[in-house]
Ligand binder design. Structure first.
Ligand code: UD1
Length: 347
């Protein structure tokens, strides 16, 4: 058997109970920990706080009333990861930890390839070595590149426009090959569309360091008066109002998608879009935000952002059919919850 695969051959992943969540203090990771703990799973988090802070862990504990095991660890460090697997009985891994800023990935490709690929190799290796049957990977709709939306899982992946996107595509390949080499090891590749929103308590949300790159955190900071105005990157796209269209998904819907994947994904390799299947333009999102919160968002039209595509939205049918999961929260919920968190957030 190749590479010391200790996963029981042909074994079903079963229902995992103790989940290692890498990047569990980050935006999507922390909300997924809330969903896991609220559904009865136990959680071990590994995070090095490179783009997050310990306050997210306090919020997870406060919201769920449950404790968790935490390692301040860089998951590219194979010996540190080995220690986590030997000190805990791990039934499954959800791997969020990774660099995710598109522009930065163009400036620092080696850091992106090193961090994102190595962490996946180390974690998949630890699963194979310790017989952990279930791996869930944080992928991105960016792997569809220039395909024509709606994006369907069966589409061939096109070269990504930037190193960040390329790392997601290569990690998918690494996991697919690992599944092929080790029967009993299963991986679900979850391709996220545009996660926004926050936990409805207002205690947990997206808090990027510095000036945000993404649309929703930029809108909330303009609404708060911390930034002067929103630049809308292009109004001459081939879309109904000329601004870019995306499939925004509430982060708690996304978090629940991970539980559905843990429970219902078949053995072997599986791939799912996690999106709503609906496109919303930049202008529609800004208007929805103003309506949902009653706060106005000063804006101006600016040049297109290099690398942006006009339209991106999911065919969300496969996840509904196979995982029994679909989104429930509306654009208004996303705006209201993002704003509640932003208002609470200390600078
Ligand atoms: C980006 C990444 C994507 C990543 C995702 C994480 C790119 C090309 N893609 O997606 O790989 O997985 O973030 O959430 O960066 N916009 C403005 N003004 C702003 C910010 C954004 O008009 O200040 C527009 C953009 O042009 C786009 C839409 O808002 O049409 C959404 O942008 P953003 O939130 O950055 O997400 P994506 O670019 O779709």
């Amino acid at each position: 058997m190749a590479e010391a695969c200790k996963c029981a051959p042909g074994s079903a992943p079963g229902r995992p109970e103790n989940i290692l969540v890498t990047g569990g203090a980050g935006f999507i990771g922390s909300h997924t920990c809330v969903a896991l703990l609220s559904t009865g799973y136990s959680v071990v988090i590994a995070d090095n706080f490179s783009n997050s802070s310990p306050s997210a862990l306090d919020a997870v504990r406060r919201i769920t009333g449950r404790d968790l095991v935490f390692y301040e660890t860089d998951v590219t460090d194979a010996s540190a990861v080995r220690r986590i697997f030997s000190e805990n009985r791990i039934d499954g891994v959800i791997h969020f930890a990774g660099y995710k800023a598109v522009g930065e990935s163009v400036e620092k490709p080696l850091s992106y390839y090193r961090n994102n690929l190595l962490s996946t190799i180390v974690l998949a290796g630890a699963c194979v070595e310790h017989g952990v049957p279930r791996f869930v990977f944080s992928s991105s709709a960016t792997v569809y590149g220039d395909n024509k939306p709606p994006f369907v899982e069966s589409m061939p992946l096109l070269p990504a426009a930037n190193p960040y996107g390329e790392t997601k595509a290569v990690c998918e390949k690494i996991l697919a090959d690992t599944v092929r080499s080790c029967s009993g090891f299963s991986a679900s590749l979850l391709r996220y569309f545009n996660p926004v929103g926050a936990h409805e308590s207002g205690l947990l949300g997206e808090a990027p360091n510095g000036i945000p790159n993404n649309l929703m955190p930029y809108i909330t900071r303009v609404a708060k008066g911390e930034l002067k105005e929103l630049s809308i990157f292009g109004n001459d796209y081939d879309t109904p109002d000329g601004t870019g269209v995306r499939d925004y998904i509430h982060v708690m819907d996304l978090a629940e998608g991970h539980i559905a994947a843990l429970r219902n994904a078949p053995c072997g390799l599986s791939v799912y879009n996690l999106g709503t299947g609906k496109g919303t333009s930049v202008l529609q999102l800004v208007t929805a935000f103003e309506r949902a919160t009653g706060v106005s968002v000063p804006r101006r039209i600016a040049a297109r952002r290099p690398g942006d595509i006009a339209v991106c939205y999911a065919d969300a049918g496969k996840a509904e059919r196979e995982l029994g999961w679909k989104t429930h929260r509306t654009i208004e919920d996303m705006c209201r919850d993002s704003w509640r968190f932003e208002k609470n957030r200390c600078v």
